[in-house]
Design a protein around this ligand. Structure first.
Ligand code: HEM
Length: 486
């Protein structure tokens, strides 16, 4: 009896220690949830958008929630985002992707590596090398599309749009950056894609540590297989990989990363560079196909470009000035890009909100922005935010619209698919160029249509909020064939 009482007292004490945290007056509203330690983790993981919208209604634009032992302060006022994005003294620049990958792979990169790797990426993806990347990816896209649909095939081919977009863009991106040849079995892009899709499907569960035993085994073997497939990538200068990947490998080696760390880091880069473009293209094409007026407008803009086809300027350059396409893409991303932007609070910080309120952030907590809720889906900023309106980002005179308002004040951040500040996406321009080239090729050279003309866009897979581009639950069936131009 006495032992039972002792155990109960100990359990109660432990519960108290694990759950005790009270809000001081200067801190944001605190919501620990009912479950000790776990807090809101389950609801957060199941559908972060729904959960954070509920918390916003309850607490307002800033609040702290407990999730799996961590305290996360969520900020949802875009007028105050700079407070989190610009403060590198109190808030550590930690990429969410990196945090996840570290958790999934138990990956420990050398201390200096992330900064040097970033500088290297900026050089390769944003500088002079961008033109070379654009034309390489264009060449691969053309060849892959041709292989899908040979010139002599005249009938329709049916496919899920998500699979179609993801597989072709993944393979073209993989060939461009990681090298390897078609039909060379050690690094055949189709095998890499097949394995990668399985890995991607388990990603959210891996990151949250909620894999079932069977899934754990699959995840393990898929990672092994991917590591084998990626083993040659970037190793030698003639491995067919991009100069970026070769440089990245050298950097890892110079910093003393062992084989195991190297292969994990290369897989992380595969995820960072290939995980978003295919899904983004799916949403864009899906919205265009289900909104005929939008499709017509983009096709009209592209047809003006294709009429200049005989001119001296290469296609990649002619495709630069496409405001209608730009707006159509921006709008698709507004609706489906949902990354968390996170920071580690490394030094106690007073956060000054745009409305004049001040809040104290505790060292050791995490800070999280979720631009998907605001600005992107905020009805005060976007009328009927759930609706796809291809010309939302165009002014009446056809120029790019950059003025959006909340509370009567112009917003600096009105949509944030690429993140912002120091850890914003370095591949943004390359990604936009790739998507534009692909959509151009498909819409000018092929007839592409919905199998069911009344089909609607599929629902979103709610477990992926926070992981970058969303993915659909199911697919949208389309058919395509070579256009009869002659
Ligand atoms: C539609 C496509 C894409 C979207 C929506 C996207 C979005 C993002 C976002 C939101 C981040 C910041 C993540 C964070 O805060 O942790 C990011 C980071 C990054 N992206 Fe992209 N991205 C795309 C395509 C690409 C491509 C094609 C590349 C490279 C070829 C790329 C390379 C990177 C890298 C290297 C980072 C990390 C930057 C750093 O370490 O600071 N992305 N991307």
């Amino acid at each position: 009896m006495i032992w039972t009482i002792c155990l109960l007292v100990q359990a109660a004490l432990l519960y108290f220690i694990l759950t005790h945290r009270s809000r001081s007056k200067s801190e944001p509203p605190l919501d620990k949830g009912l479950i000790p330690w776990l807090g809101h983790a389950l609801e957060f993981g199941k559908d972060a958008s729904k959960f954070l919208s509920r918390m916003k209604l309850k607490h307002g634009d800033i609040f702290t929630v407990r999730a799996a032992g961590r305290y996360v302060t969520v900020l949802l006022d875009p007028h105050s985002y700079d407070e989190a994005i610009k403060d590198s003294e109190c808030l550590d620049f930690t990429r969410y992707a990196q945090v996840l990958m570290e958790r999934i792979f138990n990956l420990r990169l050398p201390h200096h590596q992330p900064h040097k790797a970033k500088a290297m990426m900026t050089k390769h993806f944003m500088g002079m090398n961008l033109d070379a990347l654009n034309s390489t990816v264009s060449r691969h896209l053309q060849a892959l599309l041709k292989a899908e649909m040979p010139q002599n095939r005249k009938d329709w081919k049916e496919e899920g749009l998500f699979d179609f977009s993801y597989s072709l863009l993944f393979k073209a991106g993989y060939l461009t950056l990681f090298g390897g040849e078609q039909n060379n079995n050690s690094s055949d892009p189709s095998s890499v894609y097949e394995e990668y899709k399985k890995f991607d499907g388990l990603l959210t569960k891996m990151a949250r540590g909620t894999l079932k035993p069977e899934e754990k085994r699959t995840a393990h073997s898929v990672q092994q297989r991917l590591w084998e497939l990626l083993a040659p990538a970037g190793l030698t200068e003639d491995s067919g990989s991009s100069p970026w990947l070769h440089g990245y490998r050298r950097l890892l080696q110079e910093e003393g990363a062992d084989e195991d760390t190297q292969r994990k880091a290369i897989l992380m880069q595969l995820w960072a560079t290939q995980g978003n473009v295919g899904p983004a293209t799916f949403w864009l094409l899906g919205y265009l196909l289900t909104n005929p007026e939008a499709l017509m407008a983009v096709k009209r803009e592209f047809s003006q470009i294709s009429q200049m086809e005989t001119s001296e300027t290469p296609l990649t350059d002619r495709l630069m000035n496409t405001p209608v396409f730009g707006s159509a893409l921006e709008e698709a991303l507004r609706l489906t890009a949902a990354p968390f932007i996170t920071r580690e609070v490394v030094k106690e910080k007073t956060l000054h909100m745009a409305d004049g309120q001040e809040y104290l952030l505790r060292k050791g907590d995490r800070m999280c922005l979720f631009p998907f809720i605001s600005p992107q889906m905020d009805p005060e900023i976007y009328h009927e935010p759930q609706k796809y309106k291809y010309n939302r980002f165009l002014n009446e005179d056809g120029s790019v619209k950059k003025h959006f308002y909340k509370g009567g004040r112009r917003l600096k951040y009105y949509t944030m698919p690429w993140g912002a500040g120091t850890n914003g996406c370095v591949g943004k321009q390359f990604a936009i160029n790739t998507i534009r080239q692909f959509v151009y090729m498909v819409l000018t050279n092929y007839d592409l249509e919905l199998c069911d003309p009344n089909a609607q866009m599929p629902e979103v897979n709610a477990s992926r909020y926070g992981f970058g581009m969303l993915q659909p639950e199911g697919d949208l069936l389309v058919r395509y064939k070579l256009r009869n131009t002659h």
